[in-house]
Ligand binder design. Structure first.
Ligand SMILES: [Zn+2]
Length: 409
């Protein structure tokens, strides 16, 4: 099909912007084609193709910019604004959840996963820019999955540009904008573009697309997608440009910090390797702050997993409020959070109490169970059992210790 022309045009554009030749090679590890300024390159740069992202801070010390995520985000927004892009506000994090009438759509779009969700609302005929806070829980199986060497976390800002285009040529205009931006960050000659042809699914819609995965030494910074003949609605089909970069990953590489979490911060917590606390409280601040009760809602139950993890790894007595304030002050630059930090902290703490108490009551304390105890703060629960059930405080201590800590020892 258009493939060969596509690659040739791409290589020309890359030459024009970077001033060097780019070469099409095959990855020895995954067999995908990729483009790189190195003629002899044998690896596409994906994490799964044997890269050690732990060495990020040692690779390219020239890159060190010491810019915060917000500074980088503002810089990128200004850049696209200057280029004439329509700046769209991000969508609410709980997409399609307005009352009980739309249970069906809740299943497919539980959380806003990317800027591309704008296409459900409208056809973006102009080049459009959206910094979309996003939540992804699909990789999260256990708390040990939060790995500072693996560059993903459960929430991030998806820096997205979109456009519905009639002519493929318009794709190269937007591609050029992104490549120029990467060049401003001194990244262009250091990335590899892994080429993937794939069918995309969007609700009931299907279309074929070409995606360029932008890889920097094992970190997938973003996805440059061109989707062919996308059925926006019954009356309208066109090609779709869908380009998305992870702000946090970009920030990591631009700053060249030791860990991904150094950029997310607070730095002290990252230095103490409190990655689970950093990631989970950040995501909880976004979701609970969007006024999602952790109880009795589909969404709440789903992210209740994060609270489980906090309890599992012994972080349940952490002083959450300063952290909630810290992440609240970050998210509020992108999205309106109806809850105040103190309300968010209250909701997290309440759920933590419930999870701890549930563990206590399900295990050693079952025989001491009194009605309505599950919701009390743990210290009150313990207090009440001591008073009303006449057991020795040491027995109680042992039981608590066993229940909360033994499993993770
Ligand atoms: Zn590969």
């Amino acid at each position: 099909m258009v493939k060969n022309d596509f690659y040739q045009t791409l290589i020309k554009k890359l030459y024009k912007i970077s001033g060097t030749n780019w070469y099409l090679s095959t990855c020895k590890s995954c067999n995908h084609f990729f483009l790189s300024p190195e003629p002899q390159a044998t690896n596409c740069g994906s994490y799964s193709c044997n890269y050690e992202t732990s060495k990020i801070s040692e690779i390219d010390t020239n890159l060190r910019k010491n810019q915060s995520l917000l500074e980088i985000s503002n810089l990128i927004a200004t850049y696209f604004k200057t280029k004439g892009y329509v700046i769209e506000k991000p969508m609410e994090i709980i997409h399609a959840y307005k009352g009980k009438a739309r249970l069906d759509s809740m299943k497919t779009t539980l959380f806003t996963v990317a800027g591309v969700q704008l296409i459900d609302k409208k056809v973006p005929k102009e080049p459009t820019y959206i910094p979309q806070p996003s939540v992804r829980l699909k990789w999260l199986k256990s708390y040990s999955d939060i790995n500072p060497k693996k560059p993903y976390s459960t929430s991030f800002v998806n820096i997205t540009t979109l456009q519905a285009i009639e002519r493929i040529d318009d794709f190269y205009i937007q591609l050029q904008d992104w490549l120029e931006l990467l060049n401003r960050f001194s990244l262009l000659n250091k990335i590899k573009l892994k080429i993937k042809e794939t069918q995309i699914r969007w609700s009931e819609k299907r279309a074929n697309g070409i995606f360029l995965k932008v890889n920097y030494h094992g970190v997938e910074l973003g996805d440059i997608g061109l989707i062919f003949d996308f059925p926006f609605n019954k009356n309208y089909r066109s090609h779709l440009i869908d380009i998305g970069f992870g702000l946090e990953r970009l920030g990591w590489i631009i700053n060249g910090t030791r860990s991904y979490f150094d950029v997310i911060g607070p730095l002290l917590l990252s230095a103490l390797k409190k990655y689970v606390v950093i990631d989970h409280v950040r995501t909880l601040t976004l979701i609970v702050g969007s006024n999602v009760s952790l109880r009795n809602t589909v969404h709440g139950k789903k992210i209740g997993k994060l609270v489980d993890h906090l309890v599992e790894c012994g972080e349940m007595f952490f002083d959450f409020l300063p952290l909630v304030v810290y992440y609240y002050n970050f998210w509020k630059n992108f999205i309106y959070l109806p809850l105040k930090p103190t309300e968010i902290e209250y909701e997290i703490k309440r759920e933590i109490n419930r999870k701890i108490n549930k563990r206590l009551l399900n295990k050693g304390f079952k025989k001491y169970l009194l009605q309505g105890m599950e919701d009390l703060p743990t210290y009150e629960l313990v207090d009440r059992i001591l008073k009303e059930r006449n057991i020795h405080p040491n027995t109680m201590k042992n039981l608590i210790y066993k229940t909360l800590y033994r499993d993770n020892a």
